[in-house]
Design a protein around this ligand. Structure first.
Ligand code: SF4
Length: 401
């Protein structure tokens, strides 16, 4: 039997204790670093073999971007997972199936969540403040994030969740009735209901309603370019600048996200970037510096960057919330690197909730929750120094505060 030193024995015993303690919900400040070491290196989703329903239902629609292969197989081209499905298989995102050699989405006109939200909640801080977004989601996601905030719908199959019937024309009518200026494709992962989203968005565009996507950005270029024809704004997660973290925390890869951000930039779509600062996974200073460098080199300094506070959830329900000092440090560092509009989310009353002019540094927009009690923008300019502020603005004087 191999001998181990006393030092090594003590190290192994304490590591085992930490993991046991965490399992039993005993607080331990360094628990995540130790347990992460034994976590799988890639938690990417798998295809559900033979899991398709026997028959289609009312909310089935043939996929828009896929190819037929030999032996009645199909390959979906919407996201980098590129699911290859044999007849009877269900996709990684759980919402697409192969029935007799044709790819179908099972969530067309079949949202599981419908709400009217303040646009600030998404978060969008530089796009039509104080307007309302009619928000829709269907079941399914192409990621497997350990920290998912909406796992009850994102990690479910369409028939497992409560759902509504809302085909594209009715979705737009409902948004109009609610006096929403935008429709937001959000909560779960909009890329996985691409067919439904794009048809709603086309109707919405015709009616002068804006289209917003809140997404992990894990989409192939062809469908993204198609979406850009009707898209007004996007909030894209940049979960880390470390591909290994993407694999073990989210079950995805970094490169396609960077490509999505570059494409949105080239297509001149307004977007904001959101990073959830997960303790032990996404709180490394060197990674943050590299992220800022990449943003500045490829997108420039003007896209708003939101650092969001993590709260224990789903499979990471034993981690502590992100310390506020970490979020403050991230914000200060990103601004020192040269990013002009850096926010802190999920921390009420933090100064990172507000917008300051990047030129004269005066307060432009004060936010209290989703309210804006102070607004010092005139059109798209700072009222003090007349600097143009990046974003999509309009006169907010007529809006209640
Ligand atoms: S959208 Fe869904 S079916 Fe298509 S490739 Fe991605 S995970 Fe697979």
């Amino acid at each position: 039997m191999k001998k181990i030193s006393r030092r090594r024995f003590l190290y192994c015993s304490s590591a085992a204790f930490v993991c046991t303690a965490v399992t039993n919900r005993v607080f331990w400040p360094f628990s995540n670093q130790v347990c992460q070491a034994s976590a799988p290196a890639d938690i990417g989703g798998k295809i559900f073999k033979g899991d398709a329903p026997d028959k289609l239902w009312k909310w089935s629609h043939e996929g828009f971007i896929y190819k037929k292969l030999k032996n009645n197989k199909v390959v979906c081209g919407v996201c980098p997972n590129r699911c290859i499905l044999a007849p009877g298989d269900r996709s990684v995102c759980r919402s697409k199936v192969n029935l007799e050699g044709t790819l179908y989405s099972l969530v067309y006109g079949n949202p599981c969540a419908v709400n009217l939200d303040p646009i600030e909640k998404k978060p969008f801080f530089h796009f039509l403040p104080q307007t309302k977004a009619f928000s829709i989601a269907t079941a399914g996601c192409n990621f497997r994030c350990l920290n998912c905030q909406n796992w009850e719908i994102s990690q479910s199959k369409p028939h497992e969740v409560r759902h509504y019937e809302l085909f594209p024309p009715e979705a737009v009518q409902a948004a109009q009735k609610a006096r929403a200026e935008s429709i937001a494709y959000t909560y779960s992962e909009a890329i996985t209901f691409f067919e439904y989203m794009i048809d709603v968005a086309r109707f919405a565009k015709e009616e002068g309603i804006h289209n917003l996507i809140i997404s992990n950005g894990y989409i192939n270029k062809k469908p993204l370019l198609e979406l850009c024809k009707v898209l007004d704004a996007a909030n894209i997660d940049l979960k880390s600048l470390d591909d290994a973290i993407y694999r073990k925390l989210n079950g995805g890869r970094l490169k396609p996200i960077l490509r999505t951000l570059k494409t949105l930039h080239e297509q001149r779509i307004h977007f904001e970037i959101a990073t959830l600062v997960v303790p032990g996974y996404v709180d490394d200073t060197d990674m943050l510096k590299q992220m800022c460098e990449w943003i500045l080199d490829n997108l420039g300094p003007d896209y708003p960057l939101h650092f969001l506070r993590f709260f224990p959830r789903y499979k990471l329900d034993r981690l502590p919330p992100t310390p506020i000092s970490t979020l403050t440090r991230f914000r200060e560092l990103a601004m020192a690197e040269g990013i002009r509009y850096v926010y802190v989310g999920n921390v009420p009353e933090h100064e990172g909730n507000h917008t300051y002019c990047h030129h004269c540094e005066k307060l432009l927009i004060m936010r209290q929750g989703y309210r804006i009690p102070t607004n010092n923008l005139e059109g798209n300019q700072c009222k003090f120094c007349k600097t143009e502020i990046p974003g999509v603005w309009r006169d907010m004087k007529d809006k209640p505060v």
